[in-house]
Ligand binder design. Structure first.
Ligand code: KG4
Ligand code: ZN
Length: 337
């Protein structure tokens, strides 16, 4: 079954074709970073308009690369939530219209399920059950995955998501949008241990996170410092250590609590090298496996949507032709496959 995947929930337009027999056939992502940079964050209306401009050319390019035409498609999957409503509607309307005209089934995919299943696109990927750490700009969740669509939320953030904490801290330190990767690059040149920030909520039981206090700690350290370039890098390093170590501590706890030895990491912050190294080290020491998607599938992309949609369409799931999106949508409400 050849499934077209469309992602348009935020500031990336992603298109891909996944073939349940032959794997990923082609994928393309267009990032709107340059468009939003001047505003220091995503402007929803500009995002929607840019998806309108980019989606069809990207779709043609992706099909051409796969050596296919729309007539070769057996189904269409699109992100139907959570995300920015206008941006979601662009993908949903395009996908629904295409599926209707081709008379093939279409399915709205949960964006976070896309992220969660992205590691399974890699060869030799683990199969459920496993614990998933979902770390993006909007989410920081630990989920016990017993099967596709069988998701139990074990821990969540009480305030800022991990990516949001990276982005806000980076902005405060004068780094350009999107701050996460910029701050991580700066941290790589920082001296570890010169600045130490707290590991929030690790001194008590439980799997929830709280990252909003860290940015205040970073601001105070920056204001009290000599404010030179090396100090900035050292503070960035201290911040990255605090976030990644907190995530690693809670991952180990979640594995113990779920009685599992397999961890997958997904979402934009999953591209963070320090997080990858820390978790790989902990896994080797404590006897659990860790799987990550390749970095380009950590951040938003169409491949994860095509893949998640293909699993559901192949299981016979699809919805009627209404163009419906869900800007808010708890992952636990999904149907099992
Ligand atoms: O999954 P994603 O592309 O979009 C959402 O669904 O939110 O995640 C984007 C988030 C942003 O907050 C970005 O700053 C963060 O992931 N991010 C990183 C890195 N690469 C992306 N954070 C830390 N280190 C990175 N290398
Ligand atoms: Zn995302």
């Amino acid at each position: 079954m050849r499934v077209l995947g469309i992602e348009s929930s935020c500031d990336e337009t992603g298109v891909a074709v996944y073939d349940t027999a032959a794997g990923l056939r082609a994928h393309h992502v267009y990032s709107q970073i340059d468009l939003h940079q001047a505003y220091g964050g995503v402007v929803p209306e500009l995002a929607s308009r840019d998806h309108v401009r980019k989606l069809l050319p990207l779709l043609r390019e992706t099909l051409a690369e796969a050596g296919l035409t729309v007539r070769d498609l057996d189904g269409v999957a699109y992100t139907s939530g959570p995300g920015l409503v206008g941006a979601l509607l662009v993908g949903a309307a395009t996908a629904r219209a295409l599926a209707w005209s081709l008379d093939v089934p279409a399915i709205g995919v949960h964006h976070m399920e896309g992220h969660l299943l992205a590691p399974l696109l890699e060869p030799g990927a683990p199969q459920p059950p496993f614990v998933a750490l979902l770390v993006s700009g909007g989410h920081t969740q630990l989920i016990a995955v017993r099967g596709i669509g069988d998701y139990e939320l074990m821990g969540d953030t009480l305030d800022d998501a991990a990516g949001e904490a990276f982005d806000k801290t980076a902005k405060m330190m004068g780094l350009p949008y999107p701050g996460g990767p910029e701050l991580a690059a700066l941290a790589a040149t920082g001296v570890p241990g010169r600045f130490t920030f707290s590991r929030p909520m690790c001194d008590r039981p439980g799997l929830d996170f709280s990252f909003s206090g860290l940015k205040t700690q970073v601001l105070l350290a920056w204001e009290k410092s000599d404010r030179n370039a090396q100090t900035r890098a050292d503070i960035a390093r201290g911040f990255e250590e605090a976030v990644t170590e907190t995530l690693a501590i809670k991952c180990r706890r979640a594995l113990a609590e779920a009685g599992l030895r397999s961890l997958i990491v997904a979402g934009g912050v999953g591209a963070n090298r320090r997080l990858r190294a820390l978790l790989a080290e902990a896994g080797a020491k404590e006897g659990f496996t860790v799987a990550f998607p390749r970095p380009e599938f950590c951040t938003d992309n169409g491949a994860m949507i095509a893949f998640a949609g293909a699993l559901r369409l192949a299981a016979g799931q699809h919805q009627d032709a209404a163009i419906a999106v869900r800007p808010r949508w708890p992952l636990e409400e999904l149907l099992k496959v």
